[in-house]
Design a protein around this ligand. Structure first.
Ligand code: GDP
Ligand code: ZN
Length: 459
């Protein structure tokens, strides 16, 4: 399958300045070369060069499009195969003409989604965690999430995993020697060695797992529900946040009805404002407190912003709501502090600790920065700005790290209770394999297919 040549449009389809078609595989240069007329014949051109010319229909001689062709010879390309990238004028007709012609060629077929990246993986240029990070890059909703994904594409996580695996290989070698030469009577020394190594690698895994929560939040955003009585200022707050922090709206198809998610980035933290019915007013959860869907939104939320109008006394509905929300990750926003104050703050403090109450005005924007600080504090203990951008955020990686940790715990216990050394070997080996699966070592084909199928076409 890797021996054929694939092509796909790599840029978003629609009107644009330019569009890029990518072709990869052993026939890429020859096939495109036959269709491309320029000063130099493509097969004679050097790697990493760009050429101006025309795509010609070989049967009619008709000029189909004016293009720039970039050439990357194997193995110094994205896929490690010969790659040709054709930049056409943007626009649907332009790209389609060239693409249709390419697909008429005998040795070119349409690429599957993610197939270019999959080839980079199968050809050993990147490992699985790097490939997965490519998806994260594309889907990033905040600068911070993008930086984290970029680090992972560069192999940051892979290096850490490899270091841990290297320790385990040492351990396995040590055990091996002991099994081969039992007369050396070094069993007790070996047991100590294994225990030390298990502890060391476990600590490494724990360090990575500690980042999991924050990594997941950076990647997916904090699912946030804004609740409160009518007219307390929920919509105003949403608008104020969106105005200050460029909001990104995405449609997620696939459910019975489309769900609209709005991303707002606060202090580098993406908030995912879930809008279940596709309209903003659904954020007014209290207005529809009887609606099951809204209740579910509150239950699912990582963060609830309870908005109260501080220029009025507490309403009995609000007391009920505070009872329901107490104990949940809630920030209470006392809105409208620009007006004369009437709210009994002491009563609110009965339900929520001091640090969960933020005073602000959605109208004047006063106090919005305090809201931002409170969110950082709540989810990151205020320590988001660490220099190391290695965050484990992928659920698959997290599950494997936990399994590996468990295997090492079993190896350690075995070592501790004087079980024969070849039994420990099994658990250490298992941990080594589980860590390997993060970077795609010995990952099953079905898993690999499933991961790459999430990519868009042309990536
Ligand atoms: P919602 O029903 O909770 O979404 O409330 P809205 O956002 O629609 O606001 C209701 C009214 O309160 C509007 O007239 C807003 O202009 C006003 N409002 C919202 N926030 C503030 C604020 O901080 N100060 C003042 N003075 N008025 C506000
Ligand atoms: Zn509203």
């Amino acid at each position: 399958m890797l021996s054929d040549t694939i092509a796909a449009i790599s840029t978003a389809v629609g009107e644009s300045g330019i569009a890029v078609i990518r072709v990869s595989g052993p026939e890429a240069i020859a096939e495109v070369g036959r269709l491309f007329r320029s000063k130099i014949a493509l097969p004679e051109a050097e790697s990493h060069t760009v050429h101006y010319g025309f795509i010609i229909d070989p049967e009619t001689g008709e000029k189909l499009e004016e293009v720039l062709v970039s050439l990357f010879r194997a193995p110094r390309s994205f896929t490690t195969e010969d790659v040709v990238e054709i930049s056409t004028h943007g626009g649907i007709i332009s790209v389609k003409r060239v693409m249709d012609l390419l697909l008429q060629q005998r040795d070119i077929r349409l690429a599957e989604p993610g197939e270019f990246t999959k080839r980079a993986f199968l050809n050993g240029r990147i490992d699985l965690s790097q490939a997965e990070a490519v998806i994260d890059l594309i889907r990033s909703k905040s600068d911070r999430a993008f930086s984290v994904a970029l680090k992972q594409v560069e192999g940051d996580l892979s290096r850490k995993i490899n270091t841990l695996r290297h320790s385990l290989v040492e351990t396995l070698a040590h055990i091996e020697v002991n099994i081969d030469y039992p007369e050396h009577d070094v069993e007790s020394m070996t047991t100590e060695f294994i225990k030390n190594k298990c502890t060391e690698v476990t600590e490494g895994i724990e360090t990575l797992l500690k980042t999991a929560n924050q990594g997941k939040i950076l990647r997916e955003g904090i699912t946030t529900a804004i609740v409160g009585r009518p007219n307390v200022g929920k919509s105003s707050l949403l608008n104020a946040l969106a105005r200050e922090n460029k909001a990104i709206v995405t449609d997620i198809p696939g459910t019975t009805r489309d769900v609209i998610e709005e991303y707002v980035t606060i202090n580098n933290i993406p908030l995912k404002l879930l809008d279940t019915a596709g309209i903003r007013e659904t954020m007014d959860v209290v207005e529809r407190i009887g609606v099951e869907r809204s209740k579910a939104a509150v239950l699912e939320a990582d963060l609830i912003l309870l908005v109260l109008n501080s220029s009025e006394p507490l309403h009995e509905d609000e007391i009920k709501l505070m009872e329901q929300l107490s104990g949940r990750p809630t920030l209470v926003l006392l809105n409208k502090i620009d007006l004369p104050q009437q709210l009994d703050r002491g009563k609110v403090a009965l339900y929520f600790p001091e640090n969960a109450i933020v005073e602000l005005s959605a109208k004047t924007q006063e106090g919005l920065d305090h809201l931002e600080d409170a969110i950082s504090q709540l989810f990151f203990g205020g320590k988001l700005e660490s220099g190391d951008l290695t965050y484990v955020s992928n659920v698959r990686h997290i599950a494997l790290l936990k399994k590996a940790k468990q295997s090492l715990a079993e190896a350690y216990d075995a070592a501790d209770s004087g079980i024969p050394i070849d039994i420990m070997q099994i658990d250490v080996r298992l941990a080594w394999e589980q860590l390997g699966e993060v970077i795609g070592d010995s990952a099953p084909d079905a898993l690999i297919d499933q991961i790459f199928s999430q990519f868009c076409l042309g990536k």
